[in-house]
Design a protein around this ligand. Structure first.
Ligand code: TYC
Length: 107
């Protein structure tokens, strides 16, 4: 390329900016259980054991926490897993004609 004034090749004027990372960590979700006046305590304990892998002692402690405080945490999961747990618990409760409600919230 001819070294002619019109063909300047130095990049002194070039503005360079660091690229922002495009990927962000996937969010985590808390799966929570809500109290009601009708679902039997042993049904709630069974749900916590069967769908959240809790021991009988753990499940009883969480069930009693929900019963006395109105809300309790079943676990923390990725979005897909949390959605599946909520769906399974609510469907199972509905099939058994109990009003037990499970929900999720982004952390
Ligand atoms: N409050 C219910 C009762 O007295 C028991 C219960 C506990 C219901 C936890 C829902 O998420 C719950 N039978």
């Amino acid at each position: 390329m001819p070294d002619f004034p019109f063909f300047h090749q130095d990049d002194d004027d070039l503005a360079v900016q660091n690229a922002k990372p495009k990927l962000k960590k996937p969010s985590l979700y808390r799966v929570i259980l809500l109290n009601d006046d009708f679902t039997p305590m042993d049904f709630v304990t069974e749900v916590l054991e069967n769908f959240f892998g809790m021991s009988e002692d753990q499940a009883t402690a969480i069930m009693l926490q929900v019963h006395t405080q109105g809300i309790g945490i079943c676990g923390t999961y990725s979005k897909d897993v949390a959605e599946t747990k909520v769906y399974i618990v609510n469907s199972y409760s509905f099939e058994h004609e109990y009003p037990l409600k499970c929900a999720m919230e982004e952390i």
